[in-house]
Design a protein around this ligand. Structure first.
Ligand SMILES: NC(=O)c1ccc[n+]([C@@H]2O[C@H](COP(=O)([O-])OP(=O)(O)OC[C@H]3O[C@@H](n4cnc5c(N)ncnc54)[C@H](O)[C@@H]3O)[C@@H](O)[C@H]2O)c1
Length: 271
């Protein structure tokens, strides 16, 4: 029987930070235009002890400064995830600042907050941009991170996914197709990098409610209400709802989990 007064060290509960000693790169982690999930993810990883590189094409220093003000270790790095040299420089800066690279969160995106476009009006430039940031960007970041993780025999890559890929959400062919590609990337990378100790998973959700994002979220309150009502747990999904699953996927707790599509959306209707 468990004895709380036991002096056996193995029975003593201690507060531990699950990501102590680890270094994480989160892309798209400035205060973004829609849900700003990246900045919330950076904060959650920092709170668990990770040293965090807050990466974005726009200035992410306000996020890094906020993390440092809360006692975390964080730097901001400008990166264009579509550009291989820029991504390689990001990975090099992470190593230069913190000595290693263990966790990559592929979060950067364009296209999650653009209005619906029917196929006839969807131009090639918009398609290419969504693919370049979401899919090429995730590939390039994984390409730069993998050899650094492999040196330690362990690493975690989390690709942000979307249930729109399963739903087949119409009028967003570029975004939905890109997210389909993300899950294919997750599967193939999990097999390719697994022998080097690198785990790769997709963390997916549905519409995330962040009223602070303003018009992008509130423009269609009736749609938001319908999505909420269809969920098994009929509530909004907030950025904070995703941090527990993210930390799990970045920590040793999930070392047996790889190649998976993990959905945290309060039981969306189509999933
Ligand atoms: N918001 C949602 O409802 C929702 C739902 C499901 C999945 N997701 C996924 O979660 C992730 C974050 O979504 P969000 O709504 O927080 O996005 P967001 O639009 O708020 O932020 C995206 C960030 O990516 C950055 N970015 C754009 N192009 C870049 C580039 N070339 N290089 C580097 N950074 C670049 C932007 O500057 C921005 O800070 C995305 O992968 C998205 O597809 C979001």
């Amino acid at each position: 029987m468990f004895d709380a007064s036991s002096s056996d060290a193995s029975s003593v509960h201690r507060t531990i930070h699950r990501l102590d000693g680890l270094v994480a790169v989160v892309t798209g982690a400035a205060y973004g235009p829609k849900a700003a999930l990246g900045s919330v993810f950076a904060d959650a990883l920092c709170a668990e002890g990770a040293r965090v590189v807050v990466a974005d094409i726009v200035d992410a220093e306000p996020v890094a400064a906020a993390l440092r003000a809360r006692g975390g270790q964080a730097i901001a790095v400008r990166v264009d995830v579509t550009d291989e040299a820029s991504v390689e420089a990001l990975a090099a800066k992470a190593e230069e600042a913190f000595g290693r690279l263990d966790i990559l969160v592929n979060n950067a995106v364009v296209g999650s907050n653009i209005p619906p476009v029917p196929i006839g009006a969807l131009d090639v430039a918009a398609w290419d941009q969504v693919m370049a940031v979401g899919l090429r960007g995730s590939f390039l970041c994984a390409k730069a991170a993998a050899p650094r993780m492999a040196r330690n025999g362990w690493g975690k890559i989390v690709n942000l996914g979307s249930t729109t890929m399963q739903d087949g959400l119409p009028n967003r062919l570029h975004y939905v197709s890109m997210k389909g590609g993300i899950q294919a990337l997750t599967r193939a990378l999990a097999r390719e990098l697994g022998p080097q100790g690198i785990r790769v998973n997709t963390l997916a959700t549905g519409l995330v409610a962040n009223p602070a994002a303003g018009a992008a979220f509130t423009a269609k309150p009736e749609l938001v209400a319908a999505i909420r009502a269809d969920r098994a747990i009929p509530e909004d999904v907030t950025p904070a709802d995703l941090t527990g699953p993210l930390v799990f996927l970045c920590s040793r707790d999930s070392d047996a989990v790889t190649g998976q599509f993990i959905v945290a959306d309060k039981g969306g209707f189509f999933t």
